[in-house]
Design a protein around this ligand. Structure first.
Ligand code: THU
Length: 160
């Protein structure tokens, strides 16, 4: 029998410890919660993507009366970026969420579906996407999406 262990390294920073770029991206994610359409969950999520060259693209969760039709903030931002800036590298994504009108104290992490979508974008561009998860009590930073979705399903698995 063989065994291997997989580690995820999470860096925990206070708001004051963020770099100016991390701070700016986190602020844009927080602002993006303002455009959330979430009348069903009342949970407003904002995502901000730092693109190579300095541009920041944002997205928010968009819900629907037919619940599965809704889209998370991360994929709203990711797909808009892919459609409008297909050749521009994504450097980082920041995510923030508001519940009952207040930012969550604990960071919220992307759901499994968003991790799958972000991981394919990361592999496709051949460059890590840093993930910054905002919480009022601390900000969690993971260096690349790969660490959030180990043992992933990907196109390599589809070949014989
Ligand atoms: N949501 C996101 O936008 N991103 C996440 O990472 C987790 C969940 C949204 C989906 C739904 O609109 C609401 O939050 C409650 O699940």
């Amino acid at each position: 029998m063989k065994e291997y262990k997989i580690y995820t390294s999470v860096c925990i920073k206070t708001a004051e410890e963020l770099s100016p770029q991390e701070q700016a991206l986190t602020e844009r994610a927080k602002e993006a919660t303002g455009s959330s359409y979430s009348p069903y969950s009342h949970f407003a999520v904002g995502a901000a993507m730092q693109l190579e060259g300095g541009k920041i693209v944002t997205g928010s969760n968009q819900e629907n009366a037919s619940y599965p039709v809704g889209c998370c903030a991360e994929r709203t931002a990711l797909h808009w970026t892919a459609a409008n800036h297909p050749d521009t590298r994504i450097e980082a994504i920041a995510i923030a969420a508001k519940s009952g009108g207040h930012f969550t104290s604990l960071p919220i992490a992307p759901c499994g579906m968003c991790r799958q979508a972000l991981l394919e974008a990361e592999r496709r561009q051949g460059h890590p996407i840093c993930v910054i998860l905002f919480g009022t009590k601390g900000v969690h930073i993971v260096k690349q999406v790969e660490e959030l979705l180990p043992l992933s399903f990907n196109q390599d698995a589809m070949s014989i």
